[in-house]
Design a protein around this ligand. Structure first.
Ligand code: GLV
Ligand code: MG
Length: 325
């Protein structure tokens, strides 16, 4: 292990993150009663410019008056390049900051963007005498943000998670897409022509590099990586496939842009009983190996060693968090 210890962000379940437009307060009760781990009330792209003011008011009222239970609550503010952003932060943190857990900052481009929001939030929290510190979740969704993802991840003690905003990322990089978060048949390889076999097309995941790069920046800074939206909410299988590949790369959660996606995300992002059982057996086997003075043993015909303990511990801890949620 490096001498540099990685401090882990506040531990929270973040398997599903439900997007709810701040301009549609009729959706708030249903969101509060849903199984989403995190809810973000949106002031940004789901809200038309003329409705921004009213959306802020709706959110302030809902944060103060509604019973959200133990839900983790976030607001997505407008980008730092708009004049809406300062009012989003000032009005909501001043008037309802005590019930707010997180602020989601869209289109973060540089570490200085994070610094600016941190400065504003710190002043309001201090002035209001809030005891709790609001955390940050940043959407990596521009070429600039991806270029600076390492610095962004390390830019504030408030940082908890980074989210891959695939829709804006496609716009920013001018990637050719078909559906938000889906794949494009043109991103494929054709098997070699040489050997007389029928040639086959193998589809690839055009988002692999971006997602993997964001996961590394997160984990090197103790943050949660979360995969963003999948636009076709009728395509359950497409959503599950996208969530699974994000989970395989190390993501802890995925957005739900429709309530029907919440259960799918929770399912994919939770370890299965069989995985938890195996992890517990690994921990027992390694305890016994340690007693016997061995660093590695075999379990079910496979080698396990001290690295297996760390993986097993992560899994068992996640299962514990889910069981107490
Ligand atoms: C999310 O904000 C996205 O652009 O995908
Ligand atoms: Mg976006």
């Amino acid at each position: 292990m490096s001498f540099h210890l990685i401090e882990q962000a506040t531990a929270r379940l973040n398997r599903s993150e439900l997007a709810v437009p701040g301009s549609q307060p009729d959706m708030f009760e249903k969101a509060a009663a849903s199984d989403a781990d995190v809810i973000f009330l949106d002031l940004e792209d789901a809200v038309a410019p003329d409705n921004k003011k009213q959306a802020r008011k709706n959110i302030i009222k809902a944060l103060n008056d509604m019973d959200w239970g133990s839900k983790t609550l976030s607001i997505r503010i407008n980008g730092l390049d708009t004049h809406y952003m300062y009012r989003d932060v000032v009005d909501i943190v001043e008037q309802a900051g005590e019930r707010l857990d997180l602020i989601m900052v869209p289109k973060v481009g540089t570490a200085a963007d994070v610094y600016a929001v941190d400065m504003l939030v710190t002043q309001i929290e201090d002035a209001k005498g809030y005891k709790k510190r609001i955390g940050f979740e940043h959407i990596i969704e521009t070429a600039l943000g991806m270029q600076n993802v390492t610095e962004i991840a390390a830019a504030s003690k408030r940082n908890e998670s980074l989210h891959f905003g695939v829709a804006d990322y496609a716009a920013s990089t001018r990637a050719r897409t078909t559906v938000i978060g889906g794949v494009n048949p043109d991103y494929s390889v054709l098997t070699d022509a040489g050997d007389g076999h029928e040639r086959q097309v193998h589809w690839g995941d055009m988002w692999h590099y971006a997602l993997a790069r964001m996961v590394v920046a997160c984990r090197a800074n103790g943050l949660r990586p979360v995969d963003g939206p999948f636009g076709d909410f009728q395509d359950k299988d497409g959503y599950i496939a996208a969530a699974k590949r994000a989970a395989v790369l190390g993501c802890e959660g995925k957005w739900a842009i429709h309530p029907s996606q919440i259960g799918l995300a929770n399912e994919v992002m939770s370890p299965s009983d069989a995985e938890v059982n195996k992890a517990e057996r690994i921990l027992v086997a390694m305890q016994e190996a340690e007693k016997a003075g061995k660093g590695a043993v075999s379990l079910d015909g496979r080698l396990i060693d001290f690295a297996s303990i760390r993986q097993a511990e992560v899994l068992v801890e996640k299962a514990r968090q889910i069981s107490v949620a």
